[in-house]
Design a binder for this molecule. Structure first.
Ligand SMILES: Nc1ncnc2c1ncn2[C@@H]1O[C@H](COP(=O)(O)OP(=O)(O)OP(=O)(O)O)[C@@H](O)[C@H]1O
Ligand SMILES: [Mg+2]
Length: 257
């Protein structure tokens, strides 16, 4: 059975897209069939994967056309392993349109249902907001992974995200679980980073799993420019091993549930 994982945090620039790409690549390397869904109008994931959002928009091959214009996911899918469902800036205009639908929170879930069983894992890259695009991702997901930068302002946003997850668990998506928190861009020589990591552990463990932190490295920026996952481009980069062990944890979760 497919497992759907939303990578969510309303805070911007915490490593959601970077983690989606590297995790997808690690899962593929371990023999899994993976689909990545770009739910962010910024289209970072789409661009990272080497696609031009404007061209895809003209071809009506972005997630907007599936959510709002009755296209099937199979028609907009860019098939590979990992496969990609792309986005473009036009997705921003889906928010006010979604509000008017009675099933506004579950449009993505319904649309994914026709293709989801072709995959072992679907990773949804969320925008930095808690509006309807993220709610649709969380309503589709079995579990949510929360990337968080080890700085004060980033960790302060986690309670609001956990509150949102709890609200969804009550009605819209009763099976939704929190997979864990993934600290990112961690510099072990920086006292503030260590303080934040300790704060995270103290406030959330054992209720929520805190994964080993992904170390800070400029290789992650370089990989984005090259359009390749860091695991693929610079496999020895400190921090990338975390994505491999996370992929193993996700595969184990897939087998258990
Ligand atoms: N471990 C890391 N070390 C150093 N830089 C990193 C690391 N992980 C990600 N980055 C860089 O940090 C920036 C933000 O990462 P990313 O785009 O993945 O965050 P995001 O949460 O998806 O952002 P947004 O909220 O805008 O979608 C990027 O330039 C990326 O290359
Ligand atoms: Mg992003």
């Amino acid at each position: 059975m497919v497992k759907i994982i939303a990578l969510a945090n309303q805070k911007g620039g915490v490593g959601k897209t970077t983690s989606t790409i590297n995790l997808a690549y690690a899962l593929v390397q371990k023999g899994q069939k993976v689909l990545m869904v770009d739910m962010d109008p910024q289209s970072s994931l789409t661009i990272y994967c080497g696609h031009d959002p404007r061209v895809l928009e003209q071809q009506q091959k972005t997630v907007y056309w599936a959510l709002m214009k009755e296209k099937e996911m199979s028609e907009i899918l860019i098939s590979d392993n990992p496969s990609v469902i792309a986005s473009s800036i036009h997705l921003a205009s889906a928010e006010p349109e979604l509000v008017t639908l009675w099933d506004s929170a579950t449009v993505l879930r319904d649309k994914l249902s026709s293709i989801k069983n072709n995959y072992d894992f679907i990773l949804i890259d969320c925008p930095p907001s808690l509006t309807l695009l993220t709610i649709n991702a969380l309503a589709s997901a079995d579990t949510v992974l929360i990337p968080v930068k080890t700085d004060y302002l980033s960790i302060m946003g986690i309670p609001l995200l956990l509150d949102t997850v709890e609200k969804l668990q009550k009605r819209t998506n009763t099976r939704l679980k929190v997979f864990g928190v993934l600290p990112t861009m961690f510099n072990s020589r920086n006292t503030h980073d260590n303080d934040c990591l300790n704060d995270l552990k103290q406030s959330l463990e054992p209720r929520i799993r805190i994964f080993d932190p992904v170390k800070r490295s400029t290789s992650f920026d370089r990989s984005a420019a090259e359009g390749k996952s860091t695991l693929e481009l610079s496999p020895g980069t400190p921090g990338t091993e975390v994505y491999n062990s996370l992929a193993e944890a996700i595969i184990a979760y897939g087998k258990e549930n």
